[in-house]
Design a protein around this ligand. Structure first.
Ligand code: FPP
Length: 242
């Protein structure tokens, strides 16, 4: 007996019938601090391991392709954290770009920022802008990093822009959101056992599946991501009559 080759619709883990991947997945990467605390390590170590989890996840998109992945890296509320933690997070972002941009660019990933990254230091802004420009023509996964992002402020900005153009409609607001050029959000994952949206993609989450896991972000592996995709594929989605 020969095994049939998986069809395109079955994806790389075929054999279980049609298994559509979500087009756009977003993740609230929570639990870095608790991961460090459990090990009597400084919080910065939790964030460092968190970046490693990001790197592994982005690499794994070769096997679990999605059109877009949005990661909540820094919220508008995060400015309230101690200055040294903000400095650690900024340094990690810079290091990530310096260290990983070649690989990301060569993998065909298009890097994008949601939120207003101009609030970070000059060097970070230049690195981010350079990375976005360099990958702008890529046609693989869109990797959106949410930086200095808050959904309520985003919706207010979009509503103002829509009003300035004429009528405030759902379509007009959606057109002015930071995610306007991305597919609709299908799946929103939050790690670390917290069951909140924390001002992340509130408009975009309107019809998204929500997936909460107790795994702390630094422990979140591509296998956990695949589990979330499986969960998504197995669930019948209802659009409230739409
Ligand atoms: C939440 O953990 C995590 C953050 C506030 C930062 C997430 C950022 C990263 C993983 C780095 C992102 C970098 C790139 C390059 C995308 P927490 O500190 O709130 O954890 P706790 O709730 O356990 O204290």
């Amino acid at each position: 007996m020969t095994a049939a080759a998986p069809s395109a619709a079955q994806g790389s883990r075929g054999g279980r019938g049609p298994r559509p991947n979500p087009r756009h997945v977003a993740i609230i990467m929570d639990g870095n601090g608790r991961w460090a605390k459990k090990r009597f390590l400084p919080r910065a170590m939790g964030h460092k391991k968190g970046v490693e989890a990001v790197r592994a996840l982005v690499r794994s998109l070769r096997d679990n392709p999605v059109e877009a992945l949005t990661l909540y890296a820094f919220s508008t509320e995060n400015w309230g954290r101690p200055a040294d933690e903000i400095a650690d997070l900024t340094a990690l972002m810079k290091h990530f770009i310096r260290n990983d941009l070649d690989e990301i660019a060569e993998a065909g990933v298009r890097l994008k920022i949601v939120g207003d990254h101009s609030a970070f230091d000059e060097e970070a802004v230049a690195l981010i802008d350079g990375a976005v420009t360099r990958t702008a023509g890529n046609t693989g996964t869109t990797l959106a990093i949410a930086l200095n992002y808050g959904a309520q402020a985003e919706i207010v900005r979009a509503a103002r822009a829509a009003a300035a153009e004429g009528e405030i409609t759902e379509e007009a607001i959606a057109r002015h959101l930071d995610t306007a050029d991305m597919p609709p959000l299908d799946l929103l994952i939050r790690t670390s056992g917290e069951v909140r949206l924390s001002n992340f993609l509130l408009w975009q989450a309107a019809y998204a599946e929500l997936y909460f896991t107790d795994v702390l972000w630094p422990d979140f592996t591509p296998a956990h991501f695949a589990e979330a995709l499986d969960h998504f594929a197995g669930r019948e989605r209802r659009y409230g009559g739409r």
